[in-house]
Design a protein around this ligand. Structure first.
Ligand code: FES
Length: 157
């Protein structure tokens, strides 16, 4: 996908040149965030009692919304908190948001709408109401305990 295919607000991300240990220089696009969707030993595993993960919807919406240059998507192995399946980890602006029980196309839309709201606001936001009951703490320093802007307030300014 070329730069002209992106709306301005999604196209403008810097590329840094970083020296590697072998003397070569690698180019890294600097991004705002990253979504990890767990597809490990438990998440999405029907035999262990968990709902399927809407992987096709995650990939499809990520492509259609043209988020690639600012917000990356990774379908990952086990992220750790298996008992909370189905788990996703959303990193944005240096903060981590853990969500559980993600199992529908509606959930995927809520997650990408949330990510796009943060991209527009250019800061981490409290998850929207539809995701708040599935937001849980995973790290000692975790977004769930940090004061931060409210999503509706940030979007109304
Ligand atoms: S398999 Fe998803 S958290 Fe372990």
């Amino acid at each position: 996908m070329s730069g002209k295919d992106y709306p301005d607000w999604l196209a403008k991300t810097p590329i840094h040149q970083i020296a590697k240990t072998d003397g070569e220089v690698g180019e890294v696009r600097i991004q705002d965030g990253h979504l990890f969707v767990c597809q490990g030993c438990c998440c999405g595993n029907f035999d262990r009692g968990f709902m399927p993960i809407p992987i096709v919807e995650f990939k499809g919406q990520w492509e259609r919304r043209k988020l690639r240059r600012r917000f990356h998507l990774t379908i990952s192995g086990c992220l750790g908190p298996c008992t909370m399946a189905n788990v996703v980890l959303l990193n944005f602006g240096g903060r981590s948001t853990w969500l559980h029980s993600i199992d529908s196309a509606v959930d995927v839309t809520l997650i990408y709408d949330y990510a796009e709201a943060m991209l527009h606001a250019e800061c981490w936001l409290v998850p929207p109401l539809g995701l708040q009951r599935r937001h849980f703490q995973r790290y000692l320093v975790d977004s769930i305990e940090q004061p931060c802007p409210d999503i509706e307030a940030a979007l109304s300014t």
